[in-house]
Design a protein around this ligand. Structure first.
Ligand SMILES: O=C(O)CCC(=O)C(=O)O
Ligand SMILES: [Fe+2]
Length: 343
């Protein structure tokens, strides 16, 4: 008998457990993809070239999310970012998996529960219903330029574009945070420790075609001060308005979506909302998104009338505890809530 020859297939880039041939229910071409809704979404838009503090204040209080237009990131760079990410994800799974403990650019798949250095929080085998149909790279921006030596030209090009994109994000986040801090009358001496772009990380996701009726990413709030997302045209990102109204955020080319995280909610004495968001899984199309996550300095003490003083290090330790025991962030800001502020 001749030895079986393995013909490389597109799905060699997928984590083995998420390949269609390992999922008999994976029937990719059965129904047509539903048509997108032609109506615009109601997400507020902020013009970065003409910042209106009142409009920012309104969006932060009522939504916790807005779209950023005229952000000054060249379209060519955004296109390159998506192109390079696509190339990196198309590498064979083993080449990506080799980076799973590479702190500057750590590869992960199947779960968003990561340690601060990008390694998967181990909790024993994940049942398929909890498995997330994605893979990604967790990038620590301050390590990307100096610490990461990769020989593969695809990964090296990816690193270069991430570095450039990250510098734009740090510029945008600093300016937007300043407008928010002015609106909140925060002490100017706190600005630098409350928003520390040197702590920033990025996550680049490829959501794979998903055969199961599960969420691409479950509803959560971010543990950040601010998060800035760029999405491809596939869609599926939703934010929660009020208690339970889920709104589809339309993918609009070359705009960014900025969401407020838990840390700014505390800094604002709960006037601003850390918005819940989630991602719908898609059976037919892969989706690429890039998130920039910026935090406070790890040892900066966050003062709030609604919470006990805490540092980002304290906050992160609470989240890691939840990830280890439950697999998801449960308590978050609740760890620090003052009794008089509880409902
Ligand atoms: O993929 C996305 O659009 C959202 C990612 C996200 O919410 C996160 O990583 O916290
Ligand atoms: Fe998120």
């Amino acid at each position: 008998m001749s030895p079986s020859i393995h013909t490389p297939s597109y799905y060699d880039s997928y984590p083995p457990l998420l390949r269609p041939n390992n999922n008999p229910i994976h029937d990719l071409n059965q129904d047509p993809n539903p048509l997108p809704d032609p109506n615009p979404d109601p997400i507020p838009v902020i013009d970065f070239q003409n910042i209106d503090n009142d409009a920012i204040s309104e969006a932060c209080r009522n939504w916790g999310v807005f779209r950023l237009a005229n952000h000054g990131i060249p379209d060519a760079l955004l296109n390159q970012l998506h192109g390079r990410a696509e190339e990196a994800f198309s590498l064979p799974f083993d080449s990506k998996h080799a980076l799973k403990s590479c702190t500057a650019m750590a590869y992960f798949w199947g779960t968003p529960a990561l340690t601060p250095t990008g390694e998967t929080v181990e909790r024993g085998p994940t049942p398929p219903a909890d498995m997330k149909w994605f893979e990604g790279f967790n990038v620590l921006l301050n390590q990307l330029a100096q610490q990461l030596q990769v020989e593969d030209p695809v990964l090296d090009n990816f690193r270069l574009v991430l570095d450039e994109y990250g510098r734009h994000q740090s510029r945008l986040a600093t300016t937007i945070f300043k407008a928010m801090a002015e609106n909140l009358n925060l002490d100017q001496n706190l600005y630098e420790s409350y928003l520390s772009p040197s702590t920033a990380s990025m996550r680049i996701y490829r959501y794979l075609k998903c055969p199961l009726p599960v969420w691409g990413l479950n509803a959560h709030t971010d543990s950040t001060v601010l998060t800035v997302l760029t999405h491809d045209e596939v869609g599926g990102f939703q934010v929660c308005k009020g208690d339970d109204e889920w709104i589809d955020v339309k993918p609009i080319p070359n705009t960014l979506v900025l969401i407020l995280g838990d840390l700014i909610q505390a800094m604002s004495d709960d006037k601003y909302k850390s918005v819940k968001h989630r991602v719908k899984a898609n059976k037919y199309k892969e989706r690429i998104s890039v998130g920039y996550f910026v935090f406070s300095a790890v040892d900066a003490v966050i003062q709030s009338s609604m919470y006990k003083p805490f540092t980002y290090a304290d906050f992160r330790a609470g989240v890691q505890q939840d990830l280890k025991t439950l697999g998801y962030k449960k308590v978050g800001l609740g760890h620090f809530k003052l009794p008089h502020a509880s409902p």
